[in-house]
Design a protein around this ligand. Structure first.
Ligand SMILES: [Zn+2]
Length: 304
């Protein structure tokens, strides 16, 4: 197998579409396995020892309310030619061909990249980077990438990463969003500029581009980096009210600092509106974000 063949196979993994959303299970398991290669760990890992780590990634980076079954991708990646479970012919399967988590745990069943793939990756560190970046770009918004790299154990030298840059957001889109929101965070009003250029402000999409969200102002908010991150991780959401939208803070947000208290206080506050009323966030994108990204339940019922 050549490097190009491997990347091609990776690009063709079949991911289930569930209510229009590509499920992140296989990509996250692959990222975890790539992280193991990058750390020089063994090719095969017991399901039982990877299960909780994998589940944590699913909870953290998968859209909420999605099934968090760690066992499905562990078995199904075999169909993509990217996974091997030695001795799997002796394992029981469900009517849909899935394995049983209980059996995998109890019998200490191991799985991992097929030997040929593992050897190719182990011999080519830049291929590990390319593969991980390909998965990140395809399945996750760019503001998640750093967190996922760290969580999957994929820390590498920035100079290597530079060779696989993410496709940047369209500059025109970003500028249009920032101008519509008068170069302020729509959540907190943050408007620092340095030498007349914004600092730490960006356009954040409500419906992720990896899931078909367009580069439209009506699919975006201007947000400071903290609130961009909070929106993308579902710590914050927005909800319609009579005059526009208001901020929702997830009930899962915790912390004891004054900065955390400021974040919690955003709950129920109005979201700023764009200069052009017709470019306000459209209901379908707001609904998508609420449904798939926001970490329910909200902190407390905001009053209209
Ligand atoms: Zn902000």
């Amino acid at each position: 197998m050549t490097q190009a063949e491997f990347l091609d196979r990776l690009a063709r993994i079949r991911t289930a579409l569930w209510q229009g959303v590509r499920t992140p299970h296989k990509p996250l398991l692959l990222l975890l396995a790539l992280g193991r290669v990058a750390q020089g760990r063994k090719r095969l890992v017991a399901f039982a020892s990877i299960e909780s780590e994998f589940r944590r990634l699913l909870v953290e980076f998968g859209p909420p309310r999605n099934a968090r079954h760690a066992v499905y991708p562990f078995g199904r990646l075999r169909n993509d030619g990217l996974w091997e479970i030695p001795g799997d012919e002796a394992l029981a399967t469900t009517s849909r061909g899935d394995l049983y988590a209980k059996e995998l745990r109890e019998r200490s069943i191991v799985g991992g990249f097929p030997r040929e793939v593992y050897q190719l990756l182990a011999a080519n560190p830049s291929l590990v980077v390319a593969a991980a970046e390909q998965l990140l770009a395809r399945y996750f918004p760019s503001s998640h990438h750093d967190d996922i790299r760290v969580a999957a154990g994929l820390r590498w030298d920035w100079s290597v990463t530079q060779r696989y840059p993410e496709r940047p957001d369209s500059a025109a889109f970003r500028i249009q969003v920032l101008e519509e929101y008068e170069r302020r965070c729509s959540i907190c009003g943050f408007d620092v500029s340095l030498d007349d250029r914004t600092l730490g402000l960006d356009a954040v999409r409500l419906k992720w581009s990896s899931h078909g969200g367009p580069n439209d102002v009506s699919n975006a908010l201007a947000a400071c980096l903290l609130h961009q991150r909070a929106l993308n991780r579902g710590a914050l959401g927005i909800q319609p009210d009579r005059s526009g939208y208001r901020v929702l803070v997830s009930g899962k947000v915790a912390g004891s600092s004054a900065a955390t208290a400021r974040l919690l206080d955003l709950h129920g506050r109005p979201v700023s509106r764009p200069r052009t009323p017709a470019l306000a966030p459209s209901a379908s994108f707001v609904d998508w974000h609420r449904k798939w990204v926001f970490q329910t339940p909200p902190r407390l019922e905001a009053t209209a």
